[in-house]
Design a protein around this ligand. Sequence first.
Ligand code: GLN
Length: 555
Amino acid sequence: MTRFIFVTGGVVSSLGKGITTASIAVLLEKRGLKVSIQKLDPYINVDPGTMSPFEHGEVYVTEDGAESDLDLGHYERFSHAPIGRHSNATTGSIYSAVIRKERRGDYLGKTVQVIPHITDEIQDAIRRGAPKGTDVAVIEIGGTAGDIESLPFLEAIRQFALSLPAKQAMFVHLTLLPFLSASGEMKTKPTQQSVGKLREIGIMPHVLVCRCEKPMTAEMRRKISLFCNVRAEDVIQEIDVETTIYEVPLDLKREGLDSAIVRHLGLEHTPEVDLQDWEDLCERVRHPRAKLEIAVVGKYIQLHDAYKSIYEALAHAAAGLSAAVSFRKISAEECAEGDPARLLAGVDGLLVPGGFGERGLEGKIRAIQWARENDVPCFGICFGMQAMALEYARHVAGIPGAHSTEVAPGCSDPVIDLLPDQAKVDEKGGTMRLGAYPCRLTEGSRAAQYYGHDLVFERHRHRWEFNNAYRAKLEHAGLTCSGVYEKQDLVEVIELSERDFYLGVQYHPEFKSKPLEPHPLFHAFVGAALARRDAAEGDGEESSTEEPQRAGARA
Ligand code: GLN
């Protein structure tokens, strides 16, 4: 028997509903329950794959190749819930499924309507999101109560809960208690109004989680309880965290959220939560023993969410090494025009992330050249790995015309090129090489050494590939192709094996890093950068004065 928790949001967006949802999953998992997590998004895009990172932050790729919401990244980092294509549904995906059925004649001549056809389809998606054997399914509803576009989702979850026996479904509503500095107090009225919005559609929240800057007083709790019709012990404060979002599960446990949930779901018999591993993690994040600075050269550096998983993965690795990492975010275009040596001076490592069709490619190549020539640890991911291959081809292997046909379609030396099956594709959504593929690592290579295995599964999201016509020439010049997808003989990993860390990967390892289980490549990269910093400090070089980024700092 699966129980369902629906998490809605009120008052304003960006309250950290994804993190609260992920934290609920952690608390239940720690009680020995099998948890699934799902996000229902009210926008019309079928998935975020076609949205610009400026619109929606990074596109998070699941193991089974879905391009999905970045909140799924929080879910995977926090919990062990199985995350895949059924973990995210949007208005667009729901409507396209209904329209497909209508065209096929599945509705037997009926008028197709929002209620019941769209709402039924949403309920089917909710069932698909909770695999067999799930004890508790946690479902986050995107958007804010009162939005026009979330209405069908709210109606669907109301119907869904109604169809279940008592104690098998519950609603958790996340709201904001704004602090008015003029009057020096926190206000409960917006919370009352957003609960009122839910009640209008027939949803009575069982638990209210209130985001606040300052502690909630007993009087406020009583008032919220009375006006919102929620018992006082079910009004939970979620105070702004001091250093890291990884404190949220600890705070919510302390405030009694998990006890409130198990009481409403009849799961009181489950063991008490032990969060020692999270306590230890937060302790390491709060009191780092060392500092380092990593440069990230990309197109979307103004927006932290655009490379969310990468920053997180770096911070996980740093926390694992009891260090704190700060980021020097450098625009690739600035690097193309300016002086890379000046922009990058003093950093301990360079990370070049993924990208698409960028004018910034030349800037990335110049940054990589600087790192290679100055023996600075360098990590290229996807487009970043392609840029590393081009840099090496141009400046070491004697192929000055080396380019990617993505940026220069008619170039003389297409070191990065499309495979014939990708060249035929004309639709943008969902047509890349997506999801996990096996990669065989060369025995004795740096890559195999970092992973400690020679077969790994990593997630992809790209169209262009390393062109095998240039492999021998680049290898002859000293570059090692140390990982391949054997079935199609595609190069997945390149490295300079004599370096401590100079490695490019065609895939996205950042999606598999967790705060409690840092990814081996990020661990090795940050380790090499730290070693370099130690050596430099030994030589009396100034260390960076940048304020370090904590693992899970709220951006
Ligand atoms: N634009 C490149 C490609 O499609 C790289 C994609 C990426 O970095 N995710 O191959």
